[in-house]
Ligand binder design. Structure first.
Ligand SMILES: Cc1cc2nc3c(=O)[nH]c(=O)nc-3n(C[C@H](O)[C@H](O)[C@H](O)COP(=O)(O)OP(=O)(O)OC[C@H]3O[C@@H](n4cnc5c(N)ncnc54)[C@H](O)[C@@H]3O)c2cc1C
Length: 444
C-alpha cells in the first residue's frame, strides 16, 4: 500500500472521527507535512484526546503508521520515520486546562506554542522555563517529545524537573496520564519521565502541567574570554564552585561567535554567565568574577544573543546546508576532551567548527562545515561523524541533527547504542505494540 493511497482509502473513516474540515487528503494541502521528502498519505487535526485515541485505534486495526506533528521545527534528529500514512497535527489542542498564578502551576494543551504559553504566564510576572528553538512555532508537545536542553536548563533544571503531569494517548489508543497538576503529586511519575524525550515513539502527548517560576525583573550577561578551551573550562569550574547561581552558563567557541548577532570574528573561547536579580545581586557577580569579565550585555542586545544561542541549531544549517550538526550529552568532566575531539575531527576533514553549549549541565551543539577553499567530499563528512562517535566517552551520547542529504544514509543517526536498549524495547512494546507511532525512528 503506498502512503498516498492511505489517504484516499481511509479518508472517509478519518473524516467520521475528526470532522470533514480537519482531514486533508489533497496532496497540495499536505506540503507542510513533507518531512525530508516523506509525503504523508493523509493529515488529520483531531480536537481532543478522544479523537486521537480513535485515530490511533483505527491505525492499529489497519497497520498504518502515524506521526504526531507540532510546529515542524524539528530537524532530522536521529532516524527518519520509514513512512507516514497519517500525519497527526496537534494544532487544535490548545485549551488551558488549569492556570493558577498564585500556585505557580499551569496545565495546557500540547498544541499550544511555547511563545503563547510564555506570553500567557509572563503577563502575571511568571516564567515558563522550557526554552525552545523557534518558540513561536515550537509546541509544548514537541518540546516534551524532543526534550533538548536550552540555555535556561542551567538555572531552572530540565523538563523532567518542572513538568509535573502529562496527559497522553498510547500508541495502541489508550488515554492515560502520568503525574498530576500539583507539585506534590508523584503518582505515575516514571511513565511521565519516559515520555519526555521519547521523540513521539511511545504515545501522543495531549497536554501537560508545569511548575512555573517567578520571572526575573532584570538580567545581565557577563562575558569572559579565553585563549584556549581548557582555560574556558577552568573558568566554568570556578563559577560552578562559587556561590553564584546564574540562570545560564554557556560556552561559545570562536567559530560560533561569528554566527551570533554582532557577527564578530574572534579567536576567543567565551563563557557567558547570565545572572538575574537585584542590583546587589549583579554587583556580587562583578565582585566574584572580577577581572575575568571582558564585557557585559544587557537589554535588547543581551536578548538577541540568547535568542540566537537558543536558535543555533537552525542558524547553522540555514547558513551552511552542506554541514554537520551534532547534539552531544557529555559528563561535565569529559567536556574538555570532547572539545578536543571535535577540533580534531573537523581539522582532519577540512571542516570549520562552531560549538556552543550548556557547559554547566553537559550539553553541546557542534556545527561543522567545509572550510573556505577546502575540497570536502562525502567521505569527509562520514569520517568526521564516525571519528567523533568512536572517540566519545562511554557515558556520552550523540545525535545527528543535520547532515548533507547525500551523507544521510552513511552517518549513524544516533550515537553509541544505549545500554538500556532492552528496557526501551519493552516499554515500546507495552505502549505501542504494533509500532504505529513514528515507525522507523525507534532503535528496534
Ligand atoms: C537551544 C535548543 C536547540 C534545539 N535544537 C533542536 C534541534 O536542532 N532539533 C530538534 O529536533 N529539536 C531541537 N530543540 C528542541 C526543540 O525545542 C524542539 O524541536 C521543538 O520544541 C519541537 O517542537 P515542534 O512543535 O516544532 O515539534 P515537531 O517538530 O513538530 O516534532 C518534533 C518531534 O516530536 C514529535 N511530537 C510532536 N508533537 C508531539 C506530541 N504532542 N506528542 C508526541 N510526540 C510529538 C514529532 O513526531 C517529532 O518526532 C532545541 C531546543 C533548544 C532549547
Amino acid at each position: 500500500m503506498s502512503t498516498i493511497s492511505a489517504g484516499t482509502r481511509y479518508g472517509r473513516e478519518l473524516r467520521a472521527i475528526c470532522g470533514a474540515d480537519h482531514v486533508m487528503e489533497d496532496p497540495s494541502e499536505l506540503h507542510r507535512g513533507v518531512i525530508l521528502g516523506i509525503a504523508p498519505g493523509v493529515a488529520v487535526a483531531p480536537a481532543s484526546a478522544d479523537e486521537i485515541a480513535a485515530v490511533l485505534r483505527f491505525a492499529n486495526e489497519h497497520g498504518l503508521s502515524v506521526v504526531p506533528a507540532g510546529g515542524f521545527t524539528q530537524q532530522q534528529v536521529g532516524n527518519l520515520p520509514s513512512r507516514i500514512d497519517v500525519l497527526l497535527y496537534t494544532s487544535r489542542l490548545t485549551d488551558v486546562d488549569h492556570y493558577d498564578p498564585g500556585d505557580l502551576t499551569v496545565g495546557i494543551g500540547a498544541g499550544c506554542t511555547v511563545a503563547q504559553l510564555s506570553a500567557m504566564v509572563g503577563a502575571n510576572g511568571l516564567l515558563f522555563a522550557g526554552d525552545a528553538a523557534l518558540p513561536e512555532r515550537s509546541t509544548v508537545g514537541g518540546l516534551l517529545a524532543t526534550a533538548m536542553p536550552g540555555p535556561l536548563r542551567h538555572g531552572y533544571g530540565g523538563l523532567r524537573d518542572y513538568c509535573i503531569g502529562i496527559r497522553f494517548v498510547t500508541g495502541d489508543g489508550r488515554k492515560a496520564k502520568g503525574g498530576g497538576r500539583v507539585v506534590k503529586n508523584v503518582a505515575g511519575y516514571d511513565l511521565m519521565k519516559l515520555l519526555i524525550g521519547s521523540q513521539g515513539t511511545l504515545a501522543i502527548i495531549t497536554g501537560a502541567s508545569f511548575k512555573l517560576f517567578p520571572a526575573s525583573r532584570q538580567t545581565r550577561t557577563f562575558a569572559a574570554e579565553f585563549g584556549t578551551p581548557a582555560e574556558a573550562i577552568d573558568f566554568r569550574n570556578r563559577v560552578l564552585r562559587s556561590p553564584l547561581s546564574p540562570i545560564c552558563l554557556e560556552l561559545v567557541s570562536p567559530g560560533a561567535r561569528a554566527l551570533l548577532p554582532d557577527g564578530k570574528e574572534s579567536a576567543s573561547w567565551s563563557i557567558y554567565v547570565r545572572a538575574a536579580g537585584s542590583d546587589a545581586v549583579l554587583a556580587r557577580y562583578r565582585a566574584e568574577l572580577g577581572a575575568a569579565i571582558s564585557h557585559e550585555m544587557e537589554g535588547q542586545s543581551e536578548w538577541d544573543v540568547w535568542r540566537a544561542l537558543a536558535d543555533f541549531s537552525h542558524i547553522v544549517p540555514d547558513r551552511y546546508p552542506r554541514g554537520l550538526l551534532f547534539s552531544l550529552a557529555v559528563p561535565l568532566s569529559e567536556i574538555q576532551p570532547v572539545l578536543d575531539h571535535l577540533a580534531t575531527a573537523g581539522e582532519s576533514n577540512g571542516l570549520a567548527l562552531a560549538i556552543i553549549g550548556r557547559v554547566g549541565v553537559g550539553h553541546l551543539l557542534a556545527g561543522l562545515w567545509p572550510m573556505r577553499g577546502a575540497e570536502v567530499t562525502l567521505v569527509n563528512f562520514i569520517n568526521a561523524a564516525s571519528e567523533l562517535r568512536n572517540l566519545l566517552p562511554k557515558d556520552a551520547s550523540m545525535a545527528v541533527l543535520h547532515c548533507p542529504p547525500e551523507a544521510r544514509h552513511h552517518v549513524a543517526a544516533w550515537g553509541p547504542t544505549p545500554t538500556n536498549l532492552d528496557s526501551m524495547r519493552a516499554v515500546k512494546t507495552a505502549l505501542d505494540p504494533k509500532d504505529v507511532l513514528n515507525r522507523g525512528r525507534f532503535l528496534f
